[in-house]
Design a protein around this ligand. Sequence first.
Ligand SMILES: [Cu+2]
Length: 126
Amino acid sequence: MKKNNLLMYLLLVVALLIVALPLAGCAGSGSTADTTAAETTAGAKNEITIESNSFKPDSLTIKAGDTVTWINKDGYSHTVASKNGEFDSGNMAGGAKFSFTFDKEGTYDYICSIHTFMTGKIVVTK
Ligand SMILES: [Cu+2]
């Protein structure tokens, strides 16, 4: 009789372990999310607005690899044209945007080829 009770007790312990172990496994695996750190997607916005026949700001310093976006807020066409031919937006109607990525350091003077008195420059540092 005593031996039987012990056997029943052992069976009960084993049965409890079988039920309890998968539950413990589930609880452990529930906390693996949220490990990827949020990367800084946007640093300073390199935006230049074209407004009232001028580039604002007319001088902008960025780092190599940065992209600059010009936005024409006038109701008529402008262009963004590098004096040395590195970039040329072509005709930008009112509301149009133009982006260029500067890979090399240096100073890039540009004008609006329609209104050549409109000048600006981008300084690209390392
Ligand atoms: Cu213009």
